[in-house]
Design a protein. Structure first.
Length: 347
């Protein structure tokens, strides 16, 4: 009896110290409000970009193609078992926050910069950073402009409701450079204004400018200046209030990053089920109950990886050096390869 009481006391002490697992092996957590809603309607509502080459743009058939749509497909695969069960809702920079707040969409994944105000004042939570970027400028080569400091007196196109609008004003004020901002409702309107010659420069995240540059008949007539005036960490966002849904979104992204780190690809994911590597076995659900702990099945990550590939495959397909945009990985390389991409372990 004394030993039994001692064991009970020890168990209570360990639980109070946070040293016991929060759920027993094999336990399945019930779906919360968001998971229940998504499964009930049978699809994921994803806020999408109206058009940003490499990140998200509708093709000739209206299918959304790019890095961000693939993240939504991965989430749909993890939750519903089918990457095609996504409904994309095109959102402007100004409409994306209200659409998420109102429940019009379940997640926004469209070049969305994570900022303090958006997280603390708008009721949003941001998942892992999916792209590390910074704001830059594009100009016509014929202007002879080589640095942003030469934009004194220039008319600069920028989109309303974006971090770019505020960053541009801060940069001009800090550097005492007089500019004439020309503000438009959407990125598409802003791009058209620059293309038609209504402004001398267009200021946007540098990676998006690289995609925009490829749309010209002669991209060499336009140059992206080397100056970067901000930090723009892009991440998917959800509403606050449903921790389980937040966990599903962020761990799906982490799973794609871990897959690249572990050499698990869209092509070999199935065969990797036989791997003796314990990290791979946990990622793919061979061992452990990590999917059930957030309301998913054990093969949630496997299903997501088979649907869209790992992070590196997604990057190379839409933005990489062999794509029309031709970006190097840079800060978006894995931490083990000199970049900032890092995912916590599944264990």
């Amino acid at each position: 009896m004394a030993k039994h009481r001692a064991r009970r006391w020890m168990g209570a002490a360990l639980a109070a110290a946070g040293l016991l697992l929060p759920m027993a092996a094999g336990a399945q957590v019930s779906p919360g409000p968001m998971l229940s809603s998504i499964r009930s309607k049978g699809y994921l509502d994803c806020g999408a970009n109206p058009g940003s080459a490499g990140f998200g743009v509708p093709d000739s058939r209206g299918e959304h193609r790019g890095m961000d749509p693939d993240f939504c497909r991965a989430i749909a695969a993890a939750v519903l078992g089918d990457p095609s069960r996504v409904r994309f809702t095109v959102l402007t920079s100004q409409s994306r926050i209200p659409a998420l707040q109102s429940g019009q969409v379940d997640v926004v994944a469209r070049t969305f910069t994570w900022t303090m105000a958006r997280e603390t004042s708008s009721g949003l939570q941001f998942g892992p950073i999916t792209f590390h970027d910074g704001q830059g400028f594009i100009v016509r080569r014929a202007t002879g402009i080589e640095r942003a400091s030469q934009l004194e007196g220039a008319t600069i196109c920028v989109s309303a409701g974006s971090t770019n609008e505020l960053n541009l004003a801060d940069w001009a004020r800090t550097n005492r450079i007089a500019i004439r901002p020309l503000v438009f409702e959407s990125n598409e309107d802003t791009r058209k204004a620059y293309a038609s010659g209504r402004c001398d420069s267009y200021s946007l995240d540098a990676s998006q400018l690289a995609g925009f540059r490829t749309t010209f008949a002669d991209p060499n007539e336009h140059i992206i200046l080397p100056d970067v005036i901000s930090k723009e960490p892009h991440a998917p966002a959800v509403r606050k209030g449903d921790q389980q849904w937040y966990d599903v979104v962020r761990w799906t992204i982490y799973a794609l990053i871990l897959a690249e780190e572990l050499g698990v690809t869209q092509a070999n994911a199935e065969s990797m089920l036989e791997s003796p590597n314990p990290d791979i076995r946990r990622l793919l659900g061979v061992t452990g109950d990590f999917g059930p702990s957030i309301g998913l099945d054990r093969r949630w990550a496997l299903t997501a990886i088979r649907a869209v590939g790992n992070y590196g495959e997604i990057f190379e397909r839409h933005l990489g050096e062999r794509s029309p945009i031709g970006l190097k990985r840079g800060l978006n390389a894995l931490w083990s390869q000199g970049g900032l991409l890092y995912a916590p372990p599944i264990r």
